[in-house]
Design a protein around this ligand. Structure first.
Ligand code: SF4
Ligand code: SF4
Length: 383
């Protein structure tokens, strides 16, 4: 006898998916064209047809903890071919965004980050925090914030000391790691439980060594954007995505190196433009600016059958703001424009802090969740 399954639809979930860009999901009539069209859908239990029916039934638990939703790269091939205009690619993107905020805590912050009306508050928080902490330290005799740095040379750390920067950034980075860590723990438990229930695996638990080996095996695929390049409809997005991706990686490497140079070797900036690490910083910054600008261009030129949500614009805007403020602060420093350079440096710090604190709730968190899902898929030998 066939298994009986009691469906308990979550209407709020359906409405939230609609609000995140999946408003056409109810148009799906289950023809499965999308699953055939998807270039990266696995042969065993292909997607996204089954995800479309689960979404229209409001089966939140089946979707949020489903590793397959992260294998999709939102190329749009399925949305273009869908005969009903149900936009399955956008529905999967909406489910992923829902999953990101569902796994991250605290929920109140997640709501703020994804509410356009709260954007001024989100940016005001670090702006005020940096100044208040700097002034409080001043009262205690610690001069890490100097509104009139003076001197012939423009040195950003004379305005905003490196110690003050790190006092703000190190806890912020630990915060990001902790929020992601807790979210990933639940995420992995959920995708494994779903895989067990669907018969995709028979292992009771995930074996850590095997999982890490799988993670290492998928790194070349991620770096080369192989999956992205298998799509045809929006292949042009791959270049912009790669530029932003490598821009962030480059800046992460540069920040780590300069952190070691400062705290281990006690060498303070500004560092020479002839320094190879500076070259990497400049290349990564330019890559971030050009890549995010290309993303804006691509989204503005998008056809009507694809959706751009606030979450898309938030991510692209943050990447562009980070790259531009960093590059302009450096250029104005070299150009001798002290006041503007110090101001832009401060703006840059506000964006960097915002990136650390808000990233677990934004679309950028897909780097972490997608990598984990791809590693799990590789670990489970799901091709
Ligand atoms: S989303 Fe479109 S292509 Fe996919 S099953 Fe539904 S109607 Fe068919
Ligand atoms: S958007 Fe692309 S990758 Fe995602 S399900 Fe559709 S065809 Fe597959």
């Amino acid at each position: 006898m066939a298994d009986r399954y009691l469906i308990e639809p979550d209407v709020n979930f359906i409405n939230e998916i609609a609000g995140l860009g999946g408003e056409d999901l109810k148009k799906c009539f289950q023809c499965a064209t999308c699953s055939v069209a998807c270039p990266i859908s696995p042969d065993n239990k292909p997607f996204p047809r089954k995800e479309m029916i689960a979404a229209s039934w409001g089966l939140k638990d089946k979707l949020v903890g489903n590793g397959d939703i992260w294998l999709c790269h939102n190329c749009g091939d399925c949305s273009t071919l869908c005969p009903r205009g149900a936009k399955p690619g956008d529905v999967l993107a909406a489910i992923r965004q829902y999953a990101i905020t569902d796994y991250a805590a605290p929920k109140a912050l997640g709501k703020m980050v994804n509410d356009p009306k709260k954007l001024p508050v989100l940016l005001a928080i670090p702006t005020v925090l940096f100044i208040v902490v700097g002034l409080l330290l001043k009262l205690l005799g610690v001069n890490w914030l100097n509104f009139a740095p003076g001197g012939d040379e423009i040195v950003h750390s004379h305005f905003f000391s490196s110690w003050l920067v790190d006092l703000m950034m190190i806890p912020a980075s630990f915060w990001a790691v902790a929020v992601f860590g807790l979210g990933l723990k639940r995420f992995l438990a959920d995708i494994h439980a779903n895989a067990l229930a669907e018969g995709k695996t028979d292992k009771e638990s995930i074996e850590p060594v095997g999982f890490v080996q799988a993670l290492i095996r998928i790194i070349p695929t991620i770096l080369k954007h192989d999956k992205f390049n298998e799509c045809s409809e929006n292949k042009d997005r791959s270049t912009a995505h790669m530029m932003v991706f490598f821009g962030f990686i480059g800046l992460f490497i540069v920040t780590s190196i300069f952190f070691i140079v400062l705290y281990v070797f006690q060498i303070h900036g500004p560092y020479s433009q002839m320094n190879p690490v500076k070259w990497l910083a400049n290349i990564a910054g330019v890559s971030l600016v050009i890549g995010s600008s290309l993303m804006i261009k691509n989204r503005l030129a998008k056809k009507d059958d694809q959706v751009s949500t606030y979450q898309d614009w938030f991510l692209i805007g943050l990447a562009l703001a980070l790259g531009l403020s960093g590059m302009l602060a450096e250029m104005t420093r070299l150009g001798g424009l002290a006041g503007i350079s110090y101001f832009l440096y401060f703006v840059h710090l506000v964006f960097v802090w915002s990136l650390f604190i808000y990233v677990p709730f934004t679309k950028l968190a897909h780097i972490v969740y997608r990598t984990t899902a791809m590693a799990y898929s590789e670990y489970g030998n799901r091709k």
